[in-house]
Design a protein around this ligand. Structure first.
Ligand SMILES: [Fe+2]
Length: 319
């Protein structure tokens, strides 16, 4: 669990009317808990979904190949490989239109379980306290029977679409990072394209308590380092290095007690990095014995103790 290769994951085709795309649920296959990572391959000239918006989820798309248009609030904008499109919650209605060679994208999204009640015999749905009428037909049938989506001439690209060639770059001795979804551009998650230079290690090994991360390898190869926390080690977890290459998808759910790191092989390693933002997140750094209280902006070092450290021996009679 935690790592899959996209060549090994079955796709399902969703096709009706204008919509025709094949979807691979990569994040689900890798054990994602609170996020989705899907690859969608849209057939030439088709849409992946009807136009829609989200009340709570934030979606971040990365164009792997092909070309097409982003349809946003009845305007369209040209798309090409290396583009990142961010749809924040409760903003634009959106979909995509594949060009003549199709459109190949990764979709990263937050998931927000919502409590509602469903009465199958009366077809009623309870959201909060009111009941509303549910339906069991497929809205895609209605979409498919309607007029084709109107598409005008492409308009200039708005700020929610950016190519890696246009993004601000952070280049160090070890890596080249394109900042695609920064604090200014997205709310619920961060997103980066990053190339680790040959032999370099990326972010220091760390484990999140609340944030969830997903990594998609685009080029090259290297290793995923896994570093058990003291409690995980006391339960038998051991330090591991797992070989990875282009096409591997790595998901690190929160609270695994296993830190992760990436080291590039001799040809370098290029990846996409997606991570949710949670103000209550704590991050543990096993090599330096540090904890970062992320929402507080404080990093400290603590003394790690055994579970029974300081406890009296309960087998002996206590005074
Ligand atoms: Fe969406």
């Amino acid at each position: 669990m935690g790592i899959v290769h996209w060549d090994d994951i079955d796709g399902h085709r969703a096709a009706k009317g204008e919509m025709d795309a094949t979807w691979q649920q990569l994040g689900k296959a890798a054990g994602a808990v609170g996020i989705g990572v899907n690859r969608m391959r849209v057939a030439p000239g088709r849409l992946p979904t009807p136009p829609h918006s989200h009340g709570a989820s934030e979606e971040i798309y990365y164009v792997l190949g092909g070309a097409g248009l982003a349809w946003q609030d009845e305007q369209v904008h040209e798309l090409r490989a290396g583009d990142c499109v961010i749809h924040r919650a409760d903003e634009m209605e959106h979909t995509f239109i594949a060009g003549p060679d199709g459109l190949d994208c990764l979709v990263f999204g937050t998931r927000h379980p919502t409590e509602f009640g469903w009465l199958p015999r009366s077809g009623a749905v309870r959201i909060g306290w009111p009941w509303i009428e549910g339906r069991v037909d497929d809205p895609w049938d209605v979409e498919a029977e309607g007029p084709q989506l109107a598409v005008g001439d492409p308009a200039p690209r708005p700020p929610n679409i950016i190519n890696i060639d246009e993004a601000e770059r952070d280049v160090t001795r070890r890596r080249d990072t394109a900042l695609l979804a920064t604090d200014e551009r997205s709310v619920l998650a961060g997103f980066y394209w990053e190339r680790l230079f040959p032999g370099a290690i990326g972010a220091p090994p760390h484990c999140h308590s609340e944030e969830e991360e997903a990594f998609v390898m685009l080029e090259g190869d290297g290793t995923l380092g896994l570093w058990p926390s003291p409690r995980a080690a006391s339960s038998g977890s051991v330090r591991e290095d797992v070989p990875i290459r282009a096409g591997h998808v790595v998901v690190r759910p929160p609270g695994t007690r296993i830190a992760h790191s990436f080291r590039a092989g001799p040809n370098g390693l290029t990846m996409l990095i997606y991570g949710t933002r949670k103000t209550n997140d704590m991050c543990w750094y096993p090599r330096s014995n540090k904890i970062s209280w992320r929402g507080l902006g404080v990093i400290g070092r603590i003394e790690s103790l055994d579970y029974y450290d300081g406890e009296p021996d309960d087998d002996e009679e206590q005074p």
